[in-house]
Design a protein around this ligand. Sequence first.
Ligand code: AMP
Length: 603
Amino acid sequence: MSTFKEMGLKSEILSAITDLGYEKPTPIQQLALPKVLESKQDLIAFAQTGTGKTAAFSLPILNQIDSQKEGIKCIILSPTRELGLQIAEDIKSYSKNLTGFKVVAVYGGADIMTQIKKLERGCDIVVGTPGRTLDLIKRNRLNLEGVQYLVLDEADEMLSMGFAEDLDAILANTPQEKQTLLFSATMPPDMVKLSKKYMTDPIEISAGSKQEANTNVTHQYYKINSRDRYPSLKRAVDIAPDIYGIIFCRTRAETKEVAERLAEDGYNTDALHGDLSQAQRDYVMNRFRNRQLQLLVATDVAARGLDVNELTHVINFKLPDEDAVYVHRSGRTGRAANMGISLSLLTAKEESRLRYLEKKIGRKFEKVSIPNGQEICEKQLFSLIDNIKETEIANSHIDSFLPQIFDMFKDMTKEEVLKKIVSTEFNRFLDYYRDAPDLNKTSDKRERERKNDRNNSNDDDRGERRGRREKREHKTAANMTRYFINQGKKDGFSPKLLMGMINSHMGGLSPEIGQIEIMKMFSFFEMETGHTSDLQRAAKQMEFNGREVAIEESSPRPEGNGEQKDNRNRGRGRGSESRGDRGRGRRKESSAGSHGSKRRRRY
Ligand code: AMP
């Protein structure tokens, strides 16, 4: 393997990349640098972001450009402004020791006059997004007649974003005589057409095999029931306490919904989609880059400009339509020598796509069972203990409180204290996942098992049944929240109908249901605490006798036999206090456990 020096790079460039800590060329640099340094032949390189491709095309170009000459010598086209800015920044650091060398980035969403002024001052390399580049050409503010190098970076992305016509128009404004370098992760049919039209006898190089996804990525999938998609996503996240990942959705609406549900459930997340302004997108991306957000829910288009090397996971909430997009998604993890997981949530129907995807990436998908509550609780417990062990002790602050703390714990053994500390954090997971269903079973099978359980219990002797009921009622009082529903006897409403509606709209969740009271105009029922948002979301999808269904938290069941009234509005604003001291206290308690940027889940 040659070193950068043996490849013949100028000392000014060598010193700059040494300052950046580049010791030896990456595989794509090893292949591309000699080709561009030694020949004028066009080049197609298969490489993804994260492989060192920016240096692979810019170092040999920088080495050959004469900045004493007038005019733009190289135009680099990139699909997004973020990637364009990144390339321009990289080139600035590679060229910092070359005298008089200048690079300018042009992109949409920013003041065009400022960019025109920069171009007027003269530069050697322009990095641009296709739309803004074409706009500047049409205004006669960008002259590409003298370019010796044309780089199409992430060419497949530019085509899939609909820039084919813009590229045609830009390329028509460049001279015939030039070297064209095309970098792409995949080779969709449109790109074959483009390369045939604009490239002459190109050499093809690839750091791996053509279109092969990064080998640091493990491709996994959960086989899910369609209605379990969201709970399966939660399990994927909960089983990986240190997850730092992107959840890909197919549409803006889906992106918003998933992000909202996750945020309501207490995950540290935000959404990135096309309905946001550029400033809002920048804000979300920055928070994600700085790890203030642990999970980003995004559409493919909106996530394009985001370049983060340390993602542990990419989760495909739903697969994209095009196989090439899957390659891009999964290539966002497993970068810069890190290992990563690309996890897809697939129904039986979607599973049939795998054969094609496997061909595309040249790798096998691994079927992984959806973790159960026990596995998740175990994982969270040990992660919590690890975190406690790693927490730095702020000695000076804590010391003064120690005598009092020791005194407060003096009647407990070390074991008891440890159990209590761990439980304060951990009980929420235990509560949430207690009796959680096995999502690997089909919903039919789960339903059959539930029915069997009920039938078996009919065979039990009465005494035992009474005993169990008493036990359940005891639990009911402690862990149940009571709800009001706007359907009553007059509407033909019944406990059976209520159970059916809840079962079929709760996305595979099976919270325990307590006492049901069907009144004339409305009803009350109890449900295991912690499902208010799931329930209200489910209610939005329910209709009964052509009427919308409304469910609200209610006050606890009154003691005694007094006639039941709709007491939601008594002495307070509608539906406010009804959310219950119990509910509110619980939420407070659970979010109080936040550590730094990682917010605790609320259950
Ligand atoms: P890229 O694929 O161009 O986005 O590069 C990914 C990351 O690898 C960037 O942070 C580069 O600075 C870094 N990089 C590029 N070439 C090398 C190299 N030869 N040695 C170490 N790091 C590199």
